[in-house]
Structure formats: C-alpha cells, structure tokens
Ligand binder design. Sequence first.
Ligand code: FER
Length: 247
Amino acid sequence: MHSSQFFIPDDGIRLNAKLDIPEGSDRLVIVIHGFTGHMEEVHITAVSSAFNDLGYATLRVDMYGHGHSDGAFRDHTLFKWMTNALTVIDYARGLDFAKEIYLCGHSQGGLLVMLAAGMRRELIRGLIPLSPAAMIPEICRRGEMLGHSFDPDNIPEEIAFDDKTLGGNYLRVAQTIRVEDAIDRYDGPVLIVHGDDDESVPVQVGIDAANRYKNGTLKLIPGDDHCYNRHLDQVVGAVKAWMSANF
Ligand code: FER
C-alpha cells in the first residue's frame, strides 16, 4: 500500500489529508469524521482499513476547525464543511487512478456526505453514512442541540459544552439545511450503519434516512453506541459485506 499525508488547499485554508492506495487500486473512498472528531479516531481508521482491505483507496480528510486542518472549531459551520467536501471531491476527481469515487462519513460527517452526494449525484458511485447525524438541521430549527436549549429565533452568540465553544453561526447555518432534499436527489446505492444504543444520534434517524433513500440499505448493530466502542468488528463486517455485494 502507498500512503501519503499532505494538505489540500481550500480557499486559503489547508485541509489535512491522508491518502492510502492499495497496490493496483482504481477506486477511491473519501472518509470523513464527525463533530469534534478527526481522521485518526479508531472507528474512522478501522472503516478506512476495511475499504483498503477490499482494494479501495481511501482519502481521509480533517474538516474545517477539526484535527490538523486550519480553522477554529468555534467557527466551523456545515456550509464550511460542505465547501470543504466539494473541494475534496474535486481533488479526488484529479487523481488519475480513481475511476470511481465513493463517500463515507461518520455522524456529522455522515450528514455531510449525504448533502455532498446530493450535490454531486452524477459522480458519487456509492454512499456510506455511519450513524448519520441527519437530525442536526431539524433540532437546530427547534432550538435544541447537544443537550442545550436555545431560542431558535434569537440565536445566542455562542453555546458552550464540555471544554468547547460553538459560535451561533453554526446554528444559523444548520437551520437552513434541508436534508430530505439531498436524500431525494441521490439515486445511487446507500448503506447506513447505526448502533441501536446510540446515545448521541437516535437510531430512528438512521432508520428514517435509509427508508427515504431510493436505493437505501440499513444495517443495525445491536447494542452498539455512537462510535462503535462495543462492536466495531460488526461495523467493519457490515461495510465489507455490502461493498462486496454491490460493487
Ligand atoms: C447533536 C448531536 C450529535 C449535535 C451533533 C451531533 C451539533 C453530532 C455528533 C457527531 O458528529 O459525532 O446535538 O449538535
């Protein structure tokens, strides 16, 4: 396998990227982490390695304000992540070996790849959202997030949680996003994997998204949590089985 780490420029900021290419590979999966996450998290590297085992190259990228990419966490928004994703897809299009491009993302990264697949429907061969946080726009419209309540018509300057702070623009942006439109625009094969004991994104969110896709498949992982701390092997197995059966 050939591995390299580099920055992908995106409108003056640098996105930290890692490309792993198995010998002779001609297909590429872009893999995106979640909210507060990064490309070296155990569940991200495990799924990425699963694709590599099947002969797919992977391009893992830290999004704006996360991992070793530029930007402050406080200032990240789904619009910034969406333009990051479009830039990463364009970068992947420029890789001569990559004849097919797939998208995989976890949680907020799962939501992101759902939105990106709707925007680049003609290009994305398959879509693998893992525990996708597809409810973020709706809960932000309702004024709930991360266990906080806020007035959705008078968005606060910032909200604090754990040791982090998130600016109000995150909430303003999220309120505008219509996930259903993105789902309805994508006709390709979709695998959604979701632990049925997810403490962060209700399993019903994954079930509803899988049902709405024209070509959606749902794989529930009994007893597993948001980051697959209990049954990561089953997640890896589900992704491998679905990829092998469909492509
Ligand atoms: C939330 C629940 C889940 C939320 C984000 C998430 C920003 C995403 C989690 C993840 O990406 O792992 O209320 O608000």
